[in-house]
Design a protein around this ligand. Sequence first.
Ligand SMILES: C[S@@+](CC[C@H](N)C(=O)[O-])C[C@H]1O[C@@H](n2cnc3c(N)ncnc32)[C@H](O)[C@@H]1O
Length: 258
Amino acid sequence: MAWDPAQYLKFGGERLRPALDLLARVPLDAPARVVDLGCGTGSLTRILAERFPGAAVTGLDGSPEMLAAAQKSAKPGETIRWQQADIAQWRADPPVDLIYSNAALHWLSGHATLFPHLLAQLDRGGVLAVQMPRQHDAPSHRLIDDGMRAYPYLAERMKKNPRPAPVGDPGFFYDVLRPLASSLDLWETEYLHVLEGADPVPEFTRSTTLKPVLENLDPGDRDTYMAGYRAACRTAYPPRPDGRTLFPFRRIFIVAVK
Ligand SMILES: C[S@@+](CC[C@H](N)C(=O)[O-])C[C@H]1O[C@@H](n2cnc3c(N)ncnc32)[C@H](O)[C@@H]1O
């Protein structure tokens, strides 16, 4: 799907905090080679470069739109290498010391083979640090599916351009990674985002999980679909008396040391 950097960055603050929480748990002082998988607009890649000043840092993403936005905001003297590639096909040569991936790997399927593959791209003692949403059971995501039922043609169309599948639970990742890792840190956090404005939950999901649905709907059906989704979100996440909306959002964190 085509990513929209501006819409994604509207909730930059809410999306930044889990990324920093993940980085805070990376047990490395001076990795030589760092890769940010699914780097998007590159704001976290730059934070990685600042956190590890001696490292060769690569930001890798499949979206030309996101990489163009990343390159456009380059700072003078910056040495980050930007690479357009599919994470599923990516191989590190030579092996890297840190693979960091925030809010990206849930877009890929086959985690039972992908995660061991990523661990195999690390040097000895290297770290795989991943954060992904686990929001599929929450109203924000279930209501997207509920609305889709009125448009049966979507099922066939979305085979090419699917919504992310539900991310496995911590037990799944424990079983996949524990035999391969010298240490494994797994946790979940439910953030309570305090959102402003009208219908902020559909605004939040519009740049990510809702996007493939909107892209596959016939143009004439989009407004009707969105009106129904907005109304359902208003009921599920009613504005507080001060006009703001509380939006609980669950995320899983994985830090595996090879
Ligand atoms: C939600 S954005 C997250 C961007 C950034 N990591 C952040 O947290 O701000 C997800 C990114 O993953 C990228 N992505 C998704 N699937 C990918 C794949 N198979 N290969 C490369 N990049 C992918 C998208 O292009 C998008 O930029």
